[in-house]
Design a binder for this molecule. Structure first.
Ligand code: PGA
Length: 237
């Protein structure tokens, strides 16, 4: 199995940072079963040519194919830049930009139509977690946000509990294992979907998280900004 490791830089990193980061990975020996994907701010997507070792992902994309949508980015531009992945429905987009499951589904359909794999993010709030409603929330998100007819080779899922993002807190390993098993079960009509875990992943916990059944990689925010830390996360595969 190939593990997918995504560095989600969010709104961090300028051109100098970008070049320094990739320089830090020159000569790095990637484990054979690891795929690294960097998601920088959009204008940087054309500053590096994705290759076998490192791919790029956009952090967002329009649900429209083209036209008068000032400030948006379309799938065909991404595809022409050889960008084969896009993160969709990250909780920050849901929270600050009011993205709904229905919108995320439209974007995912648009991405897949252009041969771009969406990494569809789902996750429960702390309130839902405390109320033991995690599975209920996830089931709804999966039902409403996943493109119904997509097959498992066309998209990935990232399970990111909202309360674990940028907080240093993570669910227990048992909770991660059971939630991923639940997602695998709920999505099996699509095939064996890759399910990544995200939320406060760092070098010190990456190995035990990725050792769980149905965890096929990680989506990393804060810790991905330091090349040495991210290298250690990749080595944890
Ligand atoms: P974090 O962010 O690793 O900083 O918790 C993860 C994410 O939001 O994708």
């Amino acid at each position: 199995m190939t593990y997918t490791l995504i560095a989600n830089w969010k709104m961090n990193g300028d051109l100098t940072f970008f070049h320094d980061y990739f320089r830090a990975f020159e000569g790095f020996s990637f484990p054979e079963n690891a795929q690294m994907i960097v998601a920088p701010q959009a204008p940087l997507l054309s500053a590096y040519k994705p290759n076998r070792a490192i791919k790029l992902a956009a952090q967002n994309m329009s649900e429209h194919s083209s036209g008068a949508y000032t400030g948006e980015i379309n799938a065909s531009l991404l595809k022409s830049l050889e960008i084969n992945y896009v993160i969709l429905g990250h909780s920050e987009r849901r929270q600050y930009f009011h993205e709904s499951n229905a919108l995320i589904q439209e974007k995912a359909i648009q991405a897949i139509k252009h041969g771009i794999k969406p990494i569809i993010c789902i996750g429960e709030s702390f309130k839902a977690y405390e109320a033991e409603e995690t599975f209920k929330v996830l089931e709804k998100q999966l039902y409403e946000a996943l493109p119904k007819s997509a097959t498992s080779d066309e998209f990935l899922i990232a399970y990111e509990p909202l309360w674990a993002i940028g907080t240093g807190k993570t669910p227990t390993l048992d909770e991660i294992a059971s939630t991923h098993a639940f997602i695998a079960e709920k999505t099996k009509s699509h095939g064996a979907v890759s399910i990544l875990y995200g939320g406060s992943v760092k070098a010190s916990n990456a190995n035990e998280i990725m050792a769980q059944t149905h965890v096929h990689g990680v989506l990393v925010g804060g810790a991905s900004l330091k090349p040495d830390e991210f290298k250690a996360i990749i080595k944890a595969v």
